[in-house]
Design a protein around this ligand. Structure first.
Ligand SMILES: Nc1ncnc2c1ncn2[C@@H]1O[C@H](COP(=O)(O)OP(=O)(O)OP(=O)(O)O)[C@@H](O)[C@H]1O
Ligand SMILES: [Mg+2]
Length: 332
């Protein structure tokens, strides 16, 4: 393989499911070798579908993709040998021990003998599973299971590792331990990691580049710092006492957007968010304008730009609310 080729390249992937569900709608992605790339998006955005196509578990309706230089449609066998996959749901056999799971996975990929012994011992050690190695996986905690999942993805020394929501469902302590582990993996020579996540903080911390995915396509891509840097000034978030309707929204946007040093007004249900050159300085004027408009304010915060604000800018919706929207609307 040409080592200068991207580790992952997807072009215009389209994937629909029966019932007129468009899971991917022109997905484009390029991941450079040796980097950690984060696919960030709410429930149903198309993250797992992208991973399934790139790992040869699903076929796109149209579009093309290569992984480690191999075409996923023409040479799925070559792709499978070059990758490790940690699916959103654990693939470990709960009735087997951690060690047995690792050994089986190794043998499936042709790792045998002393090489397999060394590899399994090394991974058990590295993922702090050595003490639990001979216990059945069904007795593992969530964090231990997830660490085993990642170890399973690494047994055959893949070039590209796919991690589909590696920390969803973990408690904060286990999540933090997993972040450390992924951070260390990222330092390993040549390993490329494509990780999907719901968590802005996770992408911010682990990924050198992130793509925000919404409704089956990438809406913006870049380094976390560059994305945040594009947002001028502070983010001001105002929690409103009542939800704003369609007509009120236009009026409010006009009233807030006309204030000096205030731009990019987004009104979304119970929240209004603006960018301000100086958030603290703009606050009295913002509160005054809301009062004149008869809109009660329950809380107001000023913050430096976060990936949440990046998401808001490119989708017009707040990130934290999107899960509720999908659950309530089910329109995707
Ligand atoms: N096998 C399937 N059959 C029908 N629809 C599917 C199937 N798999 C995914 N979808 C739909 O495709 C869309 C994208 O799903 P996908 O699992 O890729 O999202 P995701 O970003 O991974 O979401 P989550 O964060 O919840 O894991 C969703 O609307 C989902 O309901
Ligand atoms: Mg998913």
């Amino acid at each position: 393989m040409n080592t200068r080729a991207p580790a992952v390249a997807a072009r215009q992937l389209i994937k629909t499911y029966p019932g007129d569900v468009t899971a991917l709608n022109g997905m484009d992605l390029t991941v450079e070798p040796g980097t950690v790339f984060g696919l960030l998006g709410p429930n149903g955005a198309g993250k797992s579908t992208t991973v399934k196509i790139l790992t040869t578990l699903a076929r796109p309706d149209s579009g093309s993709a290569t992984v480690a230089g191999h075409d996923v449609l023409r040479h799925p066998d070559r792709v499978r040998r070059a990758i490790g996959v940690v699916a959103q749901n654990s693939g470990a056999d709960p009735a087997a021990t951690g060690r047995e799971n690792l050994r089986l996975q190794g043998r499936l990929y042709g790792v045998t003998g002393a090489d397999l012994d060394r590899r399994v011992a090394g991974l058990l050690d590295r993922f702090t599973l050595a003490d639990a190695a001979n216990r059945q996986v069904k007795g593992y905690s969530g964090g231990m299971r997830r660490r085993l999942d990642v170890a399973l993805g690494l047994v055959h020394r893949p070039q590209v590792l796919f991690l589909d929501e590696p920390t969803t469902g973990l408690d904060p302590e286990a999540r933090s331990a997993m972040w450390d582990e992924i951070g260390r993996l990222a330092g390993e020579e040549g390993l490329t990691i494509l990780l999907t996540t719901h968590y802005l903080e996770e992408a911010d911390r682990l990924a050198e580049r992130v793509a925000i995915v919404d409704r089956g396509r990438v809406v913006v891509e870049g380094t976390p710092d560059a994305l945040k840097g594009e947002l001028r000034g502070d983010a001001v978030h105002l929690e409103l006492r009542a939800a704003i309707g369609e007509a009120g929204r236009t009026l409010l946007k006009g009233a807030l957007g006309g204030l000096p040093g205030v731009h990019e007004v987004v009104v979304d249900g119970h929240r209004a968010s603006v960018r301000a050159d100086d958030g603290a300085a703009a606050m009295p004027a913002l509160l005054g304008a809301l009062e004149r408009a008869g809109v009660g304010v329950a809380a107001a915060t000023v913050a430096r730009p976060s990936l949440d604000d990046v998401y808001l800018r490119y989708t017009g919706r707040r990130y934290a609310q999107t899960d509720d929207l999908v659950l309530a609307g089910g329109e995707r």
